[in-house]
Ligand binder design. Structure first.
Ligand code: PMP
Length: 334
């Protein structure tokens, strides 16, 4: 009954159990404060719950456009940036998509689900993208997916390499889910490159992973194309209201990002040689300690393939990070 394609996908694995410390999903350790939630609730009270939301998520797009000084025609909003990725693998003309492993798995996931071939151009030894190598595979590519900062390696990609890829003229999806932690974004390049789509999310720096809000910044033609195929009501009024209110308090997000970055650097110093440099809210750690950490109530992300023997740890609250560091000392020492 179930198709062979669907059966070829792994069942979704949840880490069962009530673990004390969850540092596995690159979430923000900071929830929205109550006074911001209250502001969201106040606005929601005025809305008609019986009506469908705007098909093109206009209230949220207007708020995001104002934040960037763009037109809403340059903004599309999804139920998380994942939803947008699910369309971006199919939106453009061409054959395959290009990914740069080790990287975020959802690009190839949605490609496979849609029967789109995936061509891999691995990251170099230092985890940077090889713009020339990508360009060599770019002919007739539907889209090229680049995460910067990259998940799970944590590094920003060099601007000149990204520009090299943009110069191919093929659609480039630049996934900047963690850009706030790097203090650097290339979103302004959408003015110069009509083939550039910049993907952002409220799930990380804004601490709203449970709200499900992601967005893309791109040329009008791409945004128009996306709304032709997007599931019409996937972004509800609660999500849009949370986006509007959160953007009003972006200063709060910035303060929290600074705290997370400070913690990241402290963790990195303590981990020494074990940790790679990071521009995101997580660290790639060269330590095969997933099981040992789990025994101590700490959940991190176990990596495989080229990153076999590594873990990815999200920067949490100070006490959580301290517990992680203490556990690592025990594991390495013993
Ligand atoms: N891109 C990258 C690189 C990510 O790591 C994630 C979340 N893990 C996403 C996109 C998706 O985020 P969301 O759907 O919550 O916006």
């Amino acid at each position: 009954m179930i198709s062979e394609l669907v059966k070829s996908f792994q069942p979704y694995r949840v880490v069962e159990g009530n673990y004390r410390i969850r540092l596995d999903k690159n979430e923000s350790p900071y929830d929205l404060p109550d006074w911001v939630k209250e502001e969201i609730f106040e606005e929601l009270r005025e809305l008609d719950f019986n009506r469908y939301p705007s098909i093109t998520s206009l209230p949220a797009r207007e708020a995001i456009a104002e934040f960037y000084g763009l037109s809403p025609d340059n903004v599309a909003v999804g139920n998380g940036s994942d939803e947008l990725l699910s369309y971006l693998v199919r939106l453009f003309e061409g054959n395959h998509i290009i990914t740069t492993p080790p990287t975020f798995g959802m690009y190839s996931f949605y490609a496979r689900l849609n029967g789109v071939p995936v061509v891999e151009v691995p990251l170099r030894e230092d985890f940077t993208i090889d713009g020339e190598a990508i360009a060599r595979k770019a002919e007739n590519a539907r889209a090229i997916f680049i995460a910067s900062p990259n998940n799970p390696t944590g590094n920003l990609q060099p601007e000149e390499e990204i520009v090299r890829v943009l110069e191919t003229g093929r659609p480039v999806i630049l996934d900047e889910a963690y850009a706030e932690f790097a203090g650097k974004s290339l979103w302004k390049l959408i003015e110069d490159y009509k083939n550039l789509v910049v993907l952002r999310t409220f799930s990380k720096a804004f601490g709203m992973a449970g709200i499900r809000a992601g967005y893309m910044l791109a040329g009008e033609e791409v945004v128009d194309a996306l709304y032709r195929v997007k599931s019409p009501f996937s972004v509800g009024i609660m999500t849009m209201t949370a986006v509007k209110v959160a953007l009003r308090h972006a200063d709060l997000m910035e303060r929290r990002v600074r705290k997370i970055v400070e913690e990241r650097e402290r963790m990195r110093r303590k981990l020494g040689e074990l940790a790679y440099p990071s521009d995101a809210n997580f660290l790639l750690v060269k330590l095969d300690a997933y099981e040992e950490l789990l025994k101590r109530g700490i959940v991190v992300r176990k990596l495989s393939g080229r990153l076999e023997g590594h873990i990815r740890v999200t920067v949490g609250r100070r006490w959580e990070n301290d517990a992680f560091l203490k556990a690592v000392r025990e594991i390495v020492g013993g």
